[in-house]
Design a protein around this ligand. Structure first.
Ligand code: TXA
Ligand code: MG
Length: 348
């Protein structure tokens, strides 16, 4: 992607532009965050839209940029456990999970320290905080250059699929919407959002399946409870508008494809005429990495709907099925969401 000239907005921050993760531009991005600007950056899961997690106004601008109808709590990204413990409390289970999976695609919901400097916008006033140490070298470099904890939801407008390429972010924020920089770090390796586990209470509870499998987490802390309630604390767990703009059906056998629908398949022995296959070898990690890219690619005029074949409900397949169920539950009509779209108040 070519670099645009570094023009400035009214606050002296760079105007919306895509940059490469050079040492110079990572320094610039760090300064932008410290000054209260917004930087979209790659993580190993999906691209995040970051702001200084201690700056109320900066975090409020994330919600504005995303058109997020409600102030949901955000994940705070930090360099390591030591930085996280400046504002969050780790019990034994939290420590065991952090040691096993950080840096990586696991978010822990922890008790927030009372004297924490985190913005109340970041935690939506809760006494817990969601924290993650990203493994992506560009995310780590940005954390180093900014020197601040970074609050970042996925870098999509509210209601649309998470971005796994810088171009996806660019397409979502066509008019800038207050985003200062997008750091292009290539494709996200995992391709699905992080797994969220609440370890703030006595029983570790799965709030959202994601890039680390439930099986791997249970091998460290034993069986996870699943948050079953359809309200409050786990917005990421609810059915939501989180969807391509055309209808999506799940668990469809190839022979049951309807006229005008295109097939999204998985594994060998699939009809060759299928438009796209998430993983011809049946590898769930590869399927996860391809999921959002393929959903976007199939979300085109002329295609009436997407029919997805059954995906095994194991390992990363659980997270893939979770995202597909949401996409099939709420289809936003008329392309990526606009401010006027009647979107739900639930966001993942
Ligand atoms: O992979 C990811 O997790 C990406 C990258 C950028 O790190 N981030 C991401 O953020 O998916 P977001 O905002 O799209 O999803 C965060 C989820 C939301 O459903 C939010 O409600 C939940 O985390 N969450 C945040 N803080 C929480 C808390 N204290 N208790 C319960 N849920 C929380
Ligand atoms: Mg999201």
């Amino acid at each position: 992607m070519t670099e645009a000239p570094k023009t400035r907005d009214a606050n002296g921050l760079p105007d919306f532009q895509v940059v490469a993760p050079t040492v110079e531009d990572l320094e610039l991005a760090g300064r932008v965050l410290r000054k209260g600007g917004l930087v979209a950056f790659p993580t190993e899961t999906v691209y995040g839209l970051g702001a200084d997690a201690t700056n109320d106004l900066a975090v409020a601008n994330i919600f504005k940029a995303k058109d997020r109808p409600e102030f949901n709590p955000l994940i705070v990204h930090v360099q390591d456990e030591a930085q996280a413990s400046e504002f969050a409390e780790f019990n034994d289970q939290a420590q065991a999970l952090a040691h096993a999976f950080w840096p990586g695609a696991l978010t822990l919901v922890l008790k927030r320290k009372a004297d924490s400097k985190l913005s109340l916008m970041t935690t939506a006033g809760l006494d817990t905080v969601a924290v993650r140490v990203p493994a992506h070298p560009v995310a780590q470099a940005l954390l180093t250059s900014s020197g601040v904890p970074i609050a970042a939801p996925s870098a999509n407008r509210s209601g649309y699929v998470s971005p796994t390429l810088a171009i996806h972010v660019l397409m979502q924020f066509k008019d800038g919407q207050g985003v200062n920089l997008i750091i292009d770090g290539g494709a996200c390796q995992v391709g699905l959002e992080s797994t969220i586990v609440d370890v703030s209470g006595d029983t570790p509870t799965l709030l959202r399946p994601g890039g680390v499998s439930v099986e791997d987490i249970e091998a460290v802390v034993g069986p996870l409870a699943v948050h079953a309630s359809e309200d409050v604390i786990a917005p990421g767990q609810l059915k939501s508008h989180y969807a391509p703009s055309i209808p999506l059906r799940i668990n469809v056998s190839p022979e049951d494809r309807e006229k005008g629908e295109t097939l999204l398949t998985f594994g060998p022995d699939m009809p060759r005429r299928a438009a796209m296959n998430l993983s011809t070898s049946g590898d769930l990690s590869e399927a996860a990495a391809n999921l959002f890219i393929m959903l976007r690619a199939l979300d085109m005029p002329g295609i009436r709907g997407i029919a997805v074949v059954p995906i095994p409900e194991e390992g990363l397949g659980r997270a893939i099925n979770d995202r597909l169920r949401r996409a099939s539950a709420g289809t936003v009509t008329g392309g990526p969401p606009k401010a006027s779209d009647p979107i739900g108040n639930i966001e993942i």
